[in-house]
Ligand binder design. Structure first.
Ligand SMILES: Nc1ncnc2c1ncn2[C@@H]1O[C@H](COP(=O)(O)OP(=O)(O)OP(=O)(O)O)[C@@H](O)[C@H]1O
Ligand SMILES: [Mg+2]
Length: 334
């Protein structure tokens, strides 16, 4: 949970944040398998936040939505747009329209036919959306925005595009968000999302290996991993093979991306998610893939409230990547 505030013109300030851990089986494939466990974690984070804010933005996983770009004639009436969007949604959703939650946004003139507007249509099963909104409500929060995590990723990316040559213009950037159970790969070209896919590798594998090797319960293994409090053999015998596996998986992910699209290379790799904090990962990825590699810090040009510990924030920043993209929605022009 992350709260951003306005701090002068176009400057955001990190007000506060809290991270609560979820057991592995609380969310499976993006659906809420154990609502009471997720609710408890949200309550814990909410308490730790100590904020008066109750309005939240939350995200659906990309796997829970279907998106499509459609073309609309310039100057189409509201009614025409609605009719066309509904017809598209009906085609897109593999379930009845009355079970669908649907939204769309006009993106602007279509690159290849400027006499038409491009619009993005997003549908999801209403249930998936409602289960999340209900969780927020159970904790006393109000979901005012429901986004999609891959869009939030793009939004957070915009915060750090300035760190790339020419602000990322004309460049292809692979954002690799390595979480606990999954790695989300999003590729951005010219600051537009061109590809996204989920891979089943995350930091939980490392926690499991630590638990097995050093005969620890899972939660102690997790703690030891984060605090790097492990025997000398850990680095070479456990951590290094894990980092190798990640680098290999990123290489595979990029090959899949090249195979599925007309792209043959990426200019930069951006590491996000909790595992991006593992010391040395960026160097290994850089040397194995021979591609410029950065650790994502979406707060690099933000102010930081005095109640936030700057060093801890720097360490947690990659894990807060999606949360940052979500919190920034508050400042979108409406
Ligand atoms: N300092 C650290 N050192 C090593 N691993 C860390 C560190 N901090 C976090 N992690 C690992 O990062 C993972 C959590 O990352 P993140 O918060 O991005 O996951 P998530 O978004 O909850 O999971 P998923 O995307 O798979 O649903 C965990 O496996 C955790 O152990
Ligand atoms: Mg994640």
């Amino acid at each position: 949970m992350l709260e951003l505030a306005e701090s002068g013109r176009d400057i955001r300030r990190v007000e506060r944040y809290a991270i609560a851990r979820l057991p592995k089986d609380a969310l499976t494939d993006g659906s809420v398998a154990k609502p009471e466990v997720v609710e408890a974690a949200m309550r814990e984070a909410w308490k730790a936040m100590q904020t008066k804010t109750r309005e939240v933005a939350l995200a659906l996983p990309a796997a829970a939505v279907i998106t499509k770009k459609i073309l609309l004639p310039q100057g189409a009436s509201e009614l025409d747009i609605e009719t066309q969007v509904m017809a598209e949604a009906n085609q897109m959703a593999p379930f009845p329209l009355d079970e669908v939650s649907l939204d769309w946004q006009i993106l602007g003139p279509a690159p290849r036919s400027p006499e038409e507007n491009e619009a993005l249509v997003v549908v999801s099963r209403r249930e998936r959306l409602e289960e999340r909104v209900a969780l927020a409500e159970a904790v006393g929060l109000k979901a005012v925005i429901v986004d999609v995590d891959s869009f939030a990723t793009l939004n957070a990316f915009e915060q750090l595009a300035y760190q790339l040559p020419d602000n990322g213009r004309n460049q292809t950037v692979a954002i690799i968000d390595i979480g606990a159970n999954a790695t989300h790969v999003s590729v951005v070209h010219d600051n537009q999302l061109v590809y996204q896919r989920e891979h089943a590798l995350g930091g939980y594998v490392l926690t499991q290996e630590i638990a097995r090797r050093y005969d620890l319960p899972i939660d102690e293994a997790e703690e030891a991993k984060r605090k790097a409090l492990l025997p000398d053999s850990y680095e070479s015998e456990v951590l290094q093979p894990f980092l190798d596996a990640i680098a290999l998986e990123i290489g595979r992910a990029l090959q899949l991306f090249f195979g599925a699209t007309a792209y043959h290379s990426v200019d930069h790799i951006l590491l996000a998610g909790g595992c991006a904090a593992i010391p040395g990962l960026d160097d290994i990825v850089h040397s194995r893939l021979q591609t410029s590699t950065l650790i994502a810090n979406p707060f690099a040009k933000m102010a930081v409230s005095s109640q936030v510990k700057a060093r801890q924030l720097a360490a947690d920043a990659p894990a807060l990547f999606v949360a940052c993209g979500l919190a920034l929605r508050r400042f979108d022009p409406t």
